[in-house]
Each structure stands twice: as C-alpha cells, then as structure tokens.
Design a protein around this ligand. Structure first.
Ligand code: SF4
Length: 257
C-alpha cells in the first residue's frame, strides 16, 4: 500500500527525484512579512544572488526565502536544514516537491500529525496537527551547503520563531546543522549537547543530554535529534523508516501528544 502510494505520489510530482516540467506555470505568490519571516530578505549576499539566478532560470519557481509550515501553535517544532533547489525552492513549502519530504510526511501521517502522507505544493489541502516545520536556513544554498555566516544570519529568524512558539515542548532537529542552529537560537553551548541520532536533551536550566531517554518533566523544552531524512540517508539506509518513526514518536511522547 505504501509502495503504491509512493509510486502515485512520484508521478509528476518530483518525489522520485526527477525534475518536474513546470514551464508556463505561475510563480507561487509571496507570503506576508512577519517578525520571523521576510520574503524579500537579502541578508546573505551569496544566497540572495543564488536565488536571483534561480528565479531567472526558473521564473515559475517560488525562489524566495521559504516560510515555515504547519500548526500556528504547535507542541513539536521540526527543524530541517534548508530548501532544496527543485523542492521547497520550487514549491514554497518546506520538504515539498522533491524526495526529501517523502519519509517525513509519510511518518507524520502515520503518527496522526499530518492529514495526508504526501505534500505536493504550498496550496494543496495538507494540514499539520500540533507540528510545525522550520528550516535552519530559509534560502536555497548552492549544493545544499549553507556557510557558517549564513546559518548565523538566518538564526535570527529561527530564534524569533522559536520564541514566538511558546507551546513548543519538543524541537526535533533533522541533522547536525539543525541541531547546532537550535542550540544557537536557544543561546546554549554546543559542547553541552552532543548531536546523535535518537539523542535527547533537556534544554536550559543547566540541562543536559542523554544517549537514552531524558525524563519527562526535566525541562520546559527538549531537543531530540534525528539523522536528516534526505534522499542520501534514506537510500543508503543510514536512516530507515523504522528509525525515523521511532524518533518522531518519541518526540510526540515527550511533547505529551
Ligand atoms: S538565508 Fe535567511 S538570513 Fe540569509 S538571506 Fe535567506 S532569509 Fe535572509
């Protein structure tokens, strides 16, 4: 059933990694500016230039900083790395339009956090429950590799959003860059919170981290780490669907969902 759904989703949607023919389609509209999002931000000159080039080459792509997506007052915030050129940079929704979101949305759906197992565009009817997806860096970087200065510059938005999302009990970091960005946003030292798949960290109040489980009630907010659900990690089985489901389920448990 899941295989069937994957094949259906892949047809024409780019979820199989192949480019979608979008020529002649209208560019998705720019979302409104907020304290944690500016569709016209050009703080990172290299990324602003790269975005301008991508807009010239693919005028129908979203090609702006990609806003967060999901519940307005979530209990779980999922933090990824950055938009992919032909995925979120095309559609305007994180983890949408390329392979990177396949496992993420399937898992969220299985756990009752997403109304559909597939996210195809910023205006499809998909809704997230108690969950919001953010990125450490909002603009597509060349070769998916943002520079340290760019991660720092965009951290101001991540920090503002994590402060605004007062109901968030658990931040689920997808990969080391997201893990480090969350610590930076929370004003915490990296040396005290080591990244590792399945690691759990009680944030603040001199909190700590554990290879096993942290006790619920240890902190107002927890950080849970996962390997990034990228095409490379899933196809090489560095991250299996079972591993990912387990870590997302644990994030839900800590968030009392
Ligand atoms: S990555 Fe963030 S800070 Fe840099 S230009 Fe894009 S939105 Fe602005």
């Amino acid at each position: 059933m899941v295989e069937k759904r994957k094949k259906k989703a892949a047809a024409g949607s780019g979820l199989d990694g192949r480019r979608v023919d979008t020529r002649g389609m209208p560019r998705p509209p720019a979302p409104k500016r907020t304290p944690s999002y500016d569709p016209a931000c050009t703080r990172c000159p290299r990324l602003a230039e790269f975005l301008a080039e991508s807009h010239k080459r693919y005028p129908e792509y979203f090609a702006r900083p990609v806003p967060s997506f999901g519940a307005a007052a979530p209990k779980v915030a999922i933090v990824g790395l950055a938009p992919g050129m032909h995925g979120a940079n095309r559609t305007g929704r994180p983890f949408t339009g390329d392979y990177a979101g396949v496992l993420l949305y399937e898992t969220l759906h299985e756990l009752g956090l997403a109304s559909s197992a597939v996210s195809t565009s910023a205006d499809d009817p998909l809704k997230l429950k108690d969950t919001r997806i953010l990125n450490a860096v909002k603009c597509v970087p060349p070769e998916n590799k943002p520079l340290p200065d760019e991660i720092r510059a965009c951290n101001a938005y991540l920090k503002t959003e994590l402060q605004e999302l007062t109901r968030v009990r658990v931040v689920l970091a997808l990969g080391r860059v997201a893990h480090d960005a969350v610590l930076m946003a929370e004003g915490l030292k990296r040396s005290q919170y080591e990244f590792g798949h399945g690691r759990e960290h009680a944030l603040g109040n001199g909190g700590g981290s554990a290879k096993g489980s942290v006790a619920r009630g240890d902190a107002a907010r927890y950080l849970v780490d996962s390997y990034h659900c990228s095409r490379y990690n899933t196809q090489t089985r560095v991250l299996t669907p079972e591993m990912f489901k387990k870590v997302v389920a644990r994030a839900c448990e800590l968030a009392e969902l």
